[in-house]
Design a protein around this ligand. Sequence first.
Ligand SMILES: Nc1ncnc2c1ncn2[C@@H]1O[C@H](COP(=O)(O)OP(=O)(O)O)[C@@H](O)[C@H]1O
Ligand SMILES: [Mg+2]
Length: 325
Amino acid sequence: MNNPILSIRNLSIDYPITIGTVKAVEGVSFNLYKGEALGLVGESGCGKSTLGLSILRIVRPPGKIVAGELLYKSKDILKLKKREMLKLRGQNIAMVFQNPLTSLNPLLRLDKHFLETIKQHDPKIKKDKALARAENMLDSLGIEKKRLYEYPHQFSGGMRQRIMIGLGLIMDPDIIIADEPTTSLDVIVEAGFIDLLNNLRKEYNLSIILITHNLGLVAEIADRVAVMYGGKIVEVGTADQVYHFPKHPYTRGLICCVPNIKLDQETLTTMEGNPPDLVTPPTGCRFAPRCPKVMAVCTSETPVLTSYGKGQQAACWLYEKGKAV
Ligand SMILES: Nc1ncnc2c1ncn2[C@@H]1O[C@H](COP(=O)(O)OP(=O)(O)O)[C@@H](O)[C@H]1O
Ligand SMILES: [Mg+2]
């Protein structure tokens, strides 16, 4: 494969708090390639949002990147100056969040939102040119051009989320990071949104990181899937590998919880228990306390991501001991 457009190497992020340190992300590595959609999945509290925010260096205080590298086209993001960082945000890497209502200013018409974003990155652009660009973007989003002159409250929740994507894409970035982008949408609107994302991806040759707890959603779009648990990636592979030949018992557990006909599940079960407390995580494998296949080694030694051919990796002692599940 070509060089990755984004390479995350050994990244660790801490939140120092009064009772200790939340080790929200620990030793995470993965690559993202041009035009690829990567799903980052796992239950709530596993470090997905922290990881997503770190790529743009906007982890909320007191969060700090304490180790590792973030490379965008081989450029070290963690070494960029403030101005270079502003340029990177928006022009190269855009982010879309969960709640579109809080991200759009209710007092400003859409044209103002788009103009503000465009001018921030291209201060010399003529207004009519910027507006034409915004109108074309609305067109790509399946929204009538004339609606550029309306206020956020005049749009439905689904349309507002489309608009947020449009604002993210207006400067033609290479990468879009979408963190739980459909959580506030109903399933029909969600399906339309995923179609849109797939279309935009082709139109703009975008690389996408889709962060979600919803494995069903990821199945609709991702080429590859990284599964996060307790601040670490426990499994990564192509969507086909992860959905049809999951290695890690956590991945298996997640898949069993997905109400998705495509996955051909006969029964739906929910996984017992909760993700670990990241101030004092369990020793060994962090999933051990919930794992149906737990062995003695799992509670004392930490398994590392190990390759199982054709790009699939899992961090699980079941395989490292040479056994199959
Ligand atoms: N601002 C913060 N201060 C302290 N701890 C935080 C903060 N934000 C997130 N965390 C903690 O970091 C861990 C990972 O959270 P998060 O990245 O939001 O996970 P996810 O997106 O997978 O739900 C959790 O234990 C969470 O409580
Ligand atoms: Mg989150």
